[in-house]
Design a protein around this ligand. Structure first.
Ligand code: SF4
Length: 467
């Protein structure tokens, strides 16, 4: 692109989705090892923004030790005579797309979860200053969102300054989210869709409704509306919601039609309020994962910044791998923290009455939105570190899922003896899934609409196999 002639590397959509491995990276900014990091957009009065200015507070890229990880804050201050605060979320989410256009520059996630890597190759080509990143962002903001008349960009790497601004950014996100609460899905004619993540997950479409925040937690229904209005050809678009064909599961005819079109027929049916059968697809930058725990017939929740293993022995990264890629995976569901505050949160699966475990930090954040009669019955890492401890905790607290265990036992007792069932060939599938990926001998085999039957299931921990 000629507008980037003075940038030492290429800039273009072809670099979206580019992954940079640890061995190939010059530096990492934010990411899992850095607690405080953020990106924030603010709309300011015209006279408070110096158009085209890039400010660097702290060491520049060339001064950062090769191979290291560093705190980063990105502040985009925009001004325009018709620009209002409502657009801050929209402007902020564009940072992700624009940074990913830069060759050898990888941007993942959003808000307080950003994770950036610069490749050694691009660094060696001369991409060694935030000045260049600022220039790219500036030009793309101005050309793609003409409503922005002035924009200045600040990169903060000074750890003390990042620490100082971090709580301010968190307050801003909360204020933005709080504004979007209260409106109900049934009260609007249009939902919004976002395909920004299709560069990483080609069959993913976020369906953003008033009560189902986007997976990344960065785009509310209001943000979606604003984005579609100011940039109708952009990645966010309106969805005529159509007829509500299943109020409990959240199935809308217009959503099905749009998702089918936008995924070229890969996904035909979406149920917005469940993690089973036809769940909303999961891209890769979801803030958290809901994962089904069959042993207790309940859901665990885990967010990206939770460092330990969860109650089923798996860390976030493994659960995220099972969830991501634009698929609909039964019982694995990518979602935002804000969706946990919604009355429609996993409504068809029992909502909070079905959640059995989540990190303490997340529980604190959403506590006021968990029904009072169940909040103390949901375990955190302090109450249960494995399934046995979880079962004991749930029993002791009389969590609502206990009633489901009793129901299941009663059904089994009433049914014919097991031998008789087998004779009739009435075997029960041990696993069902719309798409079930299996890794074997270096190959990935994907079974579509799979139901697996087995005479015997042997579950062995990987640890005991190795020893
Ligand atoms: S997670 Fe969804 S809303 Fe957020 S950027 Fe990706 S596609 Fe868009």
């Amino acid at each position: 692109m000629s507008m980037f002639k003075d940038i030492p590397v290429d800039v273009g959509v072809i670099y979206e989705g580019e992954r940079i491995r640890r061995n190939d990276m010059q530096v990492e900014l934010g990411g899992p090892s850095i607690k405080e990091k953020f990106e924030l957009a603010k709309v300011r009065p015209l006279d408070e923004v110096e158009d085209g200015k890039t400010i660097i507070l702290g060491p520049d890229i060339k001064d950062l030790t090769e191979g290291g990880a560093f705190p980063l804050g990105v502040l985009v201050e925009a001004a325009g005579s018709t620009l209002d605060q409502q657009l801050e979320g929209v402007i902020e989410r564009r940072i992700h797309g624009y940074m990913n256009y830069i060759e050898g520059f990888m941007h993942l996630n959003q808000r307080y979860d950003i994770w950036i890597r610069l490749s050694k190759k691009s660094f060696q080509k001369g991409l060694n200053s935030f000045e260049y990143i600022g220039k790219v962002l500036y030009r793309l903001f101005k050309s793609e969102l003409p409503i922005i008349e002035k924009v200045q960009i600040t990169f903060i790497t000074d750890p003390a300054k990042v620490q100082e601004m971090y709580p301010v950014a968190l307050e801003d996100y909360e204020a933005r989210d709080a504004k979007a609460r209260g409106l109900k899905d049934e009260e609007v004619d249009k939902f919004y869709g976002c395909v920004l993540c299709q560069s990483f997950a080609p069959t993913h479409v976020c369906v953003i409704t008033p009560q189902r925040y986007s997976n990344c937690g960065a785009i509310s229904w209001f943000d979606g509306r604003a984005s579609a209005q100011i940039d109708p050809k952009g990645p966010v678009f309106a969805i005529e919601r159509g007829e509500l064909t299943n109020p409990e599961k959240g199935e809308y005819s217009g959503v099905n039609e749009t998702v089918k079109k936008k995924t070229l027929g890969e996904v035909n049916q979406v149920w917005l309020y469940t993690a089973f059968d036809h769940p909303h697809t999961s891209c890769g930058c979801f803030e958290a994962v809901a994962f089904y725990i069959p042993e207790v017939d309940g859901f665990g929740l885990v967010n990206r910044s939770f460092k330990d293993v969860t109650v089923n022995g798996l860390p976030f990264s493994t659960l995220a791998d099972s969830t991501a890629g634009g698929r609909q995976v039964d019982g694995f569901h990518g979602l935002s923290i804000e969706y946990m505050r919604s009355q429609k949160f996993l409504q068809a699966d029992g909502g909070w009455n079905r959640v059995v475990w989540l990190p303490k930090e997340v529980k604190e954040r959403v506590k006021d939105f968990i029904p009072k009669d169940v909040v103390d019955k949901i375990a955190t890492e302090e109450d249960a570190q494995n399934i046995d401890a979880l079962k004991a905790f749930l029993k002791e607290k009389n969590h609502p899922v206990i009633a489901k265990w009793k129901e299941e036992v009663a059904v089994v007792e009433e049914a014919a003896p097991a031998e008789a069932k087998e004779e009739e060939g009435a075997m029960i599938p041990v696993a069902t899934a719309a798409t079930l990926p299996i890794m074997a001998g270096g190959f990935k085999i994907i079974l579509k609409d799979a139901k697996i039957y087995a005479k015997k299931v042997i579950i062995r921990s990987m640890k005991s196999e190795k020893s």
